[in-house]
Design a protein around this ligand. Structure first.
Ligand code: AMP
Length: 214
């Protein structure tokens, strides 16, 4: 017993040092994954353009965030964070800003990327899904063989407003036999109800910042 205590006492400084080294390594890894930019910093990097593309719309322009190295890295890290610990086979990105974000998130999660585009833009055979706009309808498409049955899919776009676009994307995924792990956005406009709509379909939503109004 005495010998054991002596060995413990002799090794104590080494054990304490190892413990502190390990916690520092974990903290550094976490910082590398999540970044050091706060959510309010991210919000400040988004440019608002009033009355674009038409009167009454506050256009939330993420190109200013994408152009900031730290902001872009942090946004990708934070968008991916809740899905890091679950298996994801592919990220589905919605044209066009969903491509920029979705590609980087797929790289981070170590999975594939599937583009969803406006009608007529994809080169192979497609399946299409209509969705309602304020005036009229639009169609988005995905390659018919892009997702295999049972694949676990994360939906990515820059912003969710009414949720019509993301809902149409989710229909393309489920029609292909994919299983939706969740949907992740930089911006939520909660007054427009998109997150509620996706949640009503059982889709877990993650958004980094929100803005009031349209
Ligand atoms: P929704 O289908 O209504 O959820 O609209 C989401 C899509 O429209 C996303 O692809 C956004 O990029 C775009 N969008 C809608 N409202 C805005 C806005 N206020 N600022 C920037 N993009 C918007």
């Amino acid at each position: 017993m005495f010998a054991v205590r002596q060995t413990w006492a002799a090794n104590r400084p080494l054990l304490v040092r190892t413990f502190y080294l390990a916690t520092t390594v974990i903290a550094n890894l976490r910082r590398d994954f999540v970044g050091e930019v706060s959510l309010s910093d991210l919000k400040g990097l988004i440019r608002t353009i009033p009355d674009y593309p038409k009167p009454g719309i506050m256009f939330r322009d993420v190109t200013t965030l994408l152009g900031d190295a730290q902001g872009f890295k942090a946004a990708i890290a934070q968008m991916a964070e809740p899905f890091r610990t679950q298996p994801v086979d592919a990220v589905v990105g919605i044209e066009a800003r969903g491509f920029i974000l979705g590609g980087a998130i797929a790289d981070r999660l170590g999975c594939g990327f599937v583009p969803i585009r406006k009608k007529g833009k994809l080169p192979w055979k497609t399946i299409g899904q209509e969705y309602t706009l304020e005036y009229g309808v639009d169609v988005i498409e995905m390659h018919e063989d892009a997702i295999r049955k049972g694949e676990r899919i994360l939906i990515v776009d820059d912003l969710i407003a009414t949720g019509g676009t993301a809902e149409a994307a989710s229909k393309l995924v489920t029609r292909s036999g994919g299983v939706i792990v969740g949907a992740t956005f930089i911006i939520d406009l909660p007054d427009l109800g998109g997150v509620k709509l996706l949640k009503s379909h059982g889709i877990a939503c993650h958004a980094l910042v929100s803005f009031e109004g349209h």
